[in-house]
Write a protein that binds this ligand. Structure first.
Ligand code: 13P
Length: 254
């Protein structure tokens, strides 16, 4: 697999943290620390923080993501935000299918597929999260689980649209636990996902697809994870909330 075909993407998932002013402050802290990075840098912020984040990131190499999106364009869906609404704000990226959405908010593979479809229709780039829970890893069915999650989410996604899909492999047992997958474990699953993309689309599409690892990635372990042949970046939670730590991860990616 040719890693030179892919620019790394380092994304911070700020989850349900920070007010608009705090978000702007964190971006302001981050900007000078990562200004010479070659990787693409994304931060996913709460909906309410998006305008402040866009303003704070203006003129920098930091792109803003939403953390979820509804599949309908408009209507009676209290509390939801649609893809055209995000597009209208100027948000280029959206995280879809995060395990916290699946665990706590009833997200299923089918609703993830609908959200991916809606986001792509609106012209957004999707960061699609997949990953097994601990019981599934212990049963030895990790490959089957992540393949099924990915194949369902990508149902109806055309080859040319795949360029606007980043896949984030996030083993659920590694999220927020301090327990990171070993570089070999993480790479193995990212390679399995790349193989799936080659089967569904083409080897060329698979070689160009960006596949991130997420789950307790931090300033101490990032370099080793990012050096793996099939890991093209990271989706970072806790460690992305400290500007210096996140900058170390960004700069480890080159
Ligand atoms: P942590 O880096 O805090 O484990 O979170 C990972 C994650 O869920 C990113 O989306």
């Amino acid at each position: 697999m040719n890693k030179t075909l892919r620019a790394p993407v380092i994304a911070g998932n700020w989850k349900m943290n920070n007010t608009p002013a705090q978000t702007a402050g964190l971006i302001a802290q981050l900007k000078p620390l990562i200004s010479s990075a070659d990787s693409k840098i994304v931060v996913a912020v709460p909906f309410i923080d998006i305008p402040a984040a866009l303003e704070a990131a203006k003129g920098s190499n930091i792109a803003i993501a939403a953390q979820n999106v509804h599949w309908e364009e408009r209507g009676a869906f209290t509390g939801e935000v649609s893809a055209p609404m995000l597009k209208a704000l100027g948000v280029p990226y959206v995280v879809v299918g995060h395990s916290e959405r699946r665990q706590y908010f009833g997200e299923t593979d089918v609703t993830v597929q609908k959200r991916v479809r809606a986001a792509l229709n609106a012209g957004l780039t999707v960061i699609l999260c997949v990953g097994e829970v601990l019981a599934e890893r212990k049963l030895g069915i990790t490959a089957e689980i992540v393949r099924a999650q990915t194949e369902i989410a990508l149902a109806g996604v055309a080859a040319e649209e795949l360029r606007r899909v980043i896949i984030a492999y996030e083993p659920v047992w590694a999220i927020g636990t301090g327990e990171t997958a070993t570089p070999e474990q993480a790479n193995e699953v990212c390679a399995i996902l790349r193989g799936l993309l080659a089967r569904i689309y083409s080897k060329d599409a698979a070689d160009r697809a960006v596949i991130q690892y997420g789950g307790s990635m931090n300033d101490a372990n990032a370099a080793e994870l990012l050096a793996q042949p099939d890991i093209d970046g990271g989706l970072i939670g806790g460690a992305s909330l400290a500007a210096e730590k996140f900058a170390v991860i960004v700069n480890a990616a080159g």
